[in-house]
Each structure stands twice: as C-alpha cells, then as structure tokens.
Ligand binder design. Structure first.
Ligand code: ADE
Ligand code: ZN
Length: 346
C-alpha cells in the first residue's frame, strides 16, 4: 500500500502533463450529455456502463472506441465543453501547465469544419486560464494513417490558427503498425521550417525501430510513450545522452496490453538508465485513471520515495515546450514547493 503521506505529497506537488488527448479525456457524464445533445446512441446508458465498456484488447481496437467518443463532438460548443472539463481536472490534480493533443482527422472524416474545432478549443482555453489559472497549449496530431498530403495540410491549418488556439506543435498518433513515421516527413519538415515543435507517438505498438524512425525521419523533440526503446540498449543510451524526453503513460500501456502488469513496465528501468521520463495519463477516463493515479501506481509498484517523485515532477517541467525563462520560473516555484511540502507532510 502507498504510504498516506507520500500519496498526499504526490497530490500536492506541482507537475505538468504533456501527453493527454482532448478527445480521449471526455468524462462519461459529459459523453452521455453530448450524445443526448445530438441524438447519438451509445452502447451504454450511464456512467457505470461507460466505465465497464472501456475494456481493451489492443491499440487498434481502442482506436475504434476513441472514434466512437469523437462521434459525439460536432459543434464549437462541444469542443469548448470538453476543453473546460479538462481545465477543471488540471486544477484538481495540481497541474498548472498542460499540453494537450487533438486529432483533427477524426473530425475531418465526419466533415466537421476545422474552424468549429479551433473556435471551441480557443474559447475553452481562455476560460480555463481565467477560471482555473491553468495554462493549456495544444499539439495538433497527425493521424499516422492519413495521406502525407493531408499531413501537410494539417500543418498549414495549425500554423494559420496558431495564435488563436495556442497551438505550439505537431504530433503523430493512432495506428503505429504498418504506418511508419517517415510517411509523414513532408509535414514534419514543414512544421520545423515554421518553428512548430514536433513530437510523435512511437515505441508503443511497434518496437525500437519505430522510435528510431520518428527521431531520424521527423526530427522530433520528444517521443510519446517510447517505452519499447528499452529493447535496444543503443537507443536507450542515445535518448539518455541527448535528453530526449519520453512522455510515458504507464497505466495506458497496461490497459492496451503493451505490458501484462505494471511490474513488467520499463518506466523505472528507463529512468534509472538516465532517460528523461515523465508521467502522464494519455486518455484518462478511458483508461480509468488520471495523472495522479499514474504517479500512485508507479510509486507503489516500484517502491519510490519522495526524491523519486521530485524527479518525475522536475522532468515534467523540463520536457515542456515552455520558453526558457518561464521554464526556469516554474522549476524555481517547484523547488520552493518541494521544500514546503517536505516540512509540512513528510
Ligand atoms: N490516440 C489516443 N491515444 C493513443 C495512443 N495511446 N496511441 C496512439 N494513438 C492514440
Ligand atoms: Zn497518446
């Protein structure tokens, strides 16, 4: 059992989240409300039913259910609602800064205009800042399976809406098997030229070769998941030497059967090898967890102490796409808070 003092410490220490999907974060109550708003029938009728429905066998099977959740999002108001929900959730978990993915391909396929998505997340983000003093920034993810010219088109649209919606970067997600990162090289080359940050989901459903592909073909600055890098010592060394951050989502990996149990998960081995690992939730309600739950579970399974927690919190700010001066400010605030929490709680 996790010691109660360490649990409180985890709850109160400031941390960022850098790997969370907007569309994967719709709480069951909101999902039911959105479905009712649009007359959409879901395969469950209450919150308990939704929780039970979220049972996964693989990433690809999960993506079908992710698309089902997306089907409830139609208007600017819907996107504002889920952004606001995520802001409230950030405040409740001690997350003052969050970078959030959205994947337009799932809306484009349903002919939802880009402007509808952008105006919703833009106004949601403003309200989140006002109501919760939480900074939310967006990363526009390219679905790996889209045609490369659609990847380029997404970067162009993201660039045009950059200031309006707080878009700081381009990512890559969805089906990893059969869709190598290098297919989307033109989009990522353009993103780099435009000064947008670049990240990619890799090393989740495919092994280390997929992480190498994202690093070498797309010149990404962080890897989302990246856990299967552990199978290639040369890659682990490379990540550690260059301090390429991994945005690891331990409980997501268990839910999607990447590893059978948390004690088999490489999060601690990667950390011990010097890789800049930070902890995230991925698609929180779908994986029956939030960021805190991921910290709790890792702390309990690997017998972590407060110093280990400090390091994950520090890494979460180090890996963020914050301008340098602001990053130093957040890190200084964190050190102050650590001192305070140590004397109050431990
Ligand atoms: N989209 C939402 N969650 C994802 C994940 N864990 N991997 C790939 N694409 C995703
Ligand atoms: Zn993800």
């Amino acid at each position: 059992m996790l010691e109660p003092a360490l649990k409180t410490y985890i709850e109160r220490i400031p941390k960022t989240e850098l790997h969370c999907h907007l569309e994967g974060s719709i709480q069951p109550a909101t999902l039911l409300k959105l479905a009712a708003r649009h007359g959409i029938e879901l395969p469950f009728t209450d919150e308990e039913g939704a929780k039970a429905f979220y049972e996964f066998t693989s990433l690809n099977q999960f993506l079908g259910i992710f698309a089902l959740a997306c089907s409830t999002l139609k208007t600017r108001q819907d996107f504002e609602t889920i952004t606001l929900d995520l802001g409230a959730d950030s405040a409740s978990q001690g997350i003052p800064y969050r970078e959030v993915f959205f994947t337009y391909a799932y809306h484009d396929r349903r002919s939802i205009p880009w402007e509808e998505v952008i105006s919703g997340i833009a106004s949601g983000r403003e309200k989140v800042k006002q109501q919760y003093n939480v900074e939310m920034w967006f990363i526009a993810d390219i679905d790996r399976t889209v045609d490369p010219q659609d990847g380029v088109r997404l970067v162009e649209m993201a660039q045009a809406s950059r200031d309006q919606a707080g878009i700081i970067g381009i990512g890559l997600d969805s089906q990893e098997i059969g869709y190598p990162a290098k297919r989307q090289k033109p989009a990522f080359d353009l993103a780099k030229r435009l000064g947008l940050h670049r990240v990619a989901h890799a090393g989740e459903d495919v092994g280390p070769e997929s992480v190498w592909d994202a690093l070498q073909s797309l010149d990404v600055e962080r890897i989302d998941h990246g856990v299967r890098s552990i199978d290639d010592p040369a890659l682990v060394k490379h990540l550690a030497e260059r301090q390429v951050a991994l945005t690891v989502c331990p409980l997501s990996n268990i839910e999607l059967k990447v590893y059978p149990q948390l004690r088999d998960h490489p999060v601690k081995r990667l950390t011990d090898a010097g890789v800049l690992v930070m902890l995230n939730s991925d698609d929180p309600p779908m994986f029956h967890c939030n960021v805190l739950d991921n910290y709790f579970a890792v702390a309990e399974t690997f017998n972590l102490n407060a110093a280990d927690i400090d390091q994950y919190a520090r890494n979460s700010f180090k890996a963020a796409f914050l301008p340098d001066e602001r990053k130093q400010q957040y890190l200084a605030d964190l050190e102050r808070e650590i001192k305070k929490l140590r004397s109050e709680i431990l």
